[in-house]
Write a protein that binds this ligand. Structure first.
Ligand code: ZN
Length: 481
């Protein structure tokens, strides 16, 4: 029996049938799905196993990997299939706290060891933190990495109470703090906390209506605690109201939003102030109902924050705002149907914005509805807008798999217990995380004047990190996070 054959026999029947079916259609089954193993090796060696529900899947993958070495063709084919079946995704990041770093640091011959991990000399030398290797203010690398001899070695070393001193055979001297070395060797979820500005997520449903996250307006820049609390609420809940905001002049809202980060211009403009009149060719500018969706699925990098402020509503009624916690619904789907979740996590979808003359904006590639960190497997982003959906990156005979999964997702989104409705009023600014919280609205009559803006994801997360971890901690994590 060939190793490929024995490998296939280890797969669940459903995978095997699908594999045969694809081959029968003459399709290359490794043409889609994600490459999982190169970045996943740590999963099998990390100190704590937290994949309770998926440890079987991981074991299964390790078996495949071991067999795959002997049979590269079988490995590649089955790898895609196994990830499509996989439930190794995590619907959220529950690791939000930095744990104390522990481990023994020692030098054995020419090698630094942290616990049982070997630290390559080239990495150590490249990440020397001295003022001639790293600019003290900008933290940019000054060292020309590729002047480091490939066989750079330790001339002498000294393990001190606070860190490790090394003299290299190129004559350079380096000092490394213990935390620096320990963090570099800690597991990816810990390392990602500061870099990604992770926080303990508070997932919610319709019941949040009784006590939604909110702050009272303060003059921008007048109180650093306001900024910090706003960032915390946005990170933990995915939205926050800012009440009692002056609404006679939309510029007050603009200045408030600019105090978070600069406003992102798009083909619709920058800061907007409009009355429903179809000035821009998009359904958002009409008075029809809008289902819960995220904005900007047609961009490679959708806006991170979005803000609305209803400045006035005259001669009519309706237009309640709908918010749905996409991460909470993702968690529900993950629990209910891991295979459907995996499909939405892996099948790329293309989107477009073509309503304005002279443009058809499309991302440089398709992205899945549920976008995960490839290393930690944490859910990072929800991209969901059926109006703007274009093609689905699956061979046409298989697109029904995506529709089946999306139908389950859509049904959960529309469960009344997940829909939080709120009638916005002048003075209440709504700011929300467009990578997590979906928004919509009911139909309305009359004239509504609304202002608002987009803010980039990277900019607001940078602000969160500066306020919650501090610049020094964030910069300390650059090489090791
Ligand atoms: Zn140096």
């Amino acid at each position: 029996m060939s190793s490929t054959r024995s490998l296939l026999l280890k797969l669940p029947t459903r995978s095997l049938l699908r594999f045969r079916c694809l081959r029968g259609m003459g399709l290359n089954p490794s043409g889609y799905g994600v490459l999982m193993f190169p970045s996943q090796a740590w999963l099998l060696t990390r100190p704590k196993v937290r994949f309770n529900s998926s440890s079987a899947a991981l074991k299964h993958q390790s078996e495949i990997r071991d067999h795959g070495k002997a049979s590269p063709i079988g490995f590649n084919s089955v790898r895609s299939m196994s990830t499509l079946e996989s439930s190794a995704y995590k619907s959220s990041n529950d690791e939000e706290r930095l744990e104390p770093l522990r481990g023994e640091i020692k030098v054995r011959g020419n090698v630094v060891q942290v616990g049982d991990k070997r630290v390559p000399n080239v990495w150590l030398r490249d990440n020397c933190q001295c003022a001639s290797c790293v600019h003290t203010d900008t933290k940019q690398r000054l060292l020309d990495t590729f002047t480091i001899p490939r066989d750079i070695s330790i001339q002498s070393s000294k393990v001190q109470a606070k860190g490790l001193d090394i003299e290299w055979n190129d004559g350079h001297k380096s000092s490394y703090k213990n935390d620096f070395l320990l963090r570099a060797c800690s597991y990816p979820e810990q390392r990602s906390i500061v870099r990604q500005g992770s926080a303990k997520l508070i997932k919610w449903d319709a019941s949040i209506a009784s006590d939604p996250p909110r702050l009272q307006y303060q003059e921008p820049g007048s109180n650093p605690d306001f900024d910090k609390e706003l960032m915390r609420r946005l990170r933990q809940y995915g939205f926050c109201y800012i009440d009692s905001t002056p609404f006679t002049d939309p510029n007050t809202t603009k200045t408030l939003l600019e105090s978070i980060a600069f406003i992102r211009p798009t083909h619709y403009g920058g800061f907007y102030d409009f009355t429903a009149d179809l000035a821009s060719a998009d359904t958002a500018y009409t008075n029809i109902a809008l289902e819960a969706h995220t904005d900007n699925t047609y961009f490679s990098d959708p806006a991170g924050l979005q803000a609305f402020h209803l400045l006035s509503h005259t001669d009519g009624s309706g237009g309640a705002s709908l918010l749905v916690d996409g991460f909470k619904v993702a968690q529900d789907l993950h629990a209910q149907d891991p295979a459907a979740y995996a499909t939405l996590a892996q099948v790329n979808v293309n989107c477009h914005a073509s309503g304005n003359d002279g443009i058809s904006i499309q991302p440089y590639r398709g992205f899945p509805v549920l976008q995960h960190d490839p290393t930690t497997r944490h859910l990072l982003q929800v991209r969901w807008n059926s109006s703007d959906r274009a093609s689905i990156d699956l061979p046409l005979p298989r697109v029904d798999e995506w529709y089946d999964a999306a139908r389950k997702w859509d049904a959960l989104l529309k469960k009344s217990e997940n829909e939080y409705w709120e009638q916005l009023t002048p003075g209440r600014v709504l700011v929300f995380d467009n990578w997590r919280v979906m928004h919509g609205r009911s139909a309305f009559t009359g004239k509504r004047r609304i202002c608002g803006a987009y803010i980039n994801r990277d900019d607001w997360i940078s602000k969160y990190k500066m306020l919650h971890h501090g610049r020094e901690t964030v910069l300390d994590h650059l090489a090791t996070g």
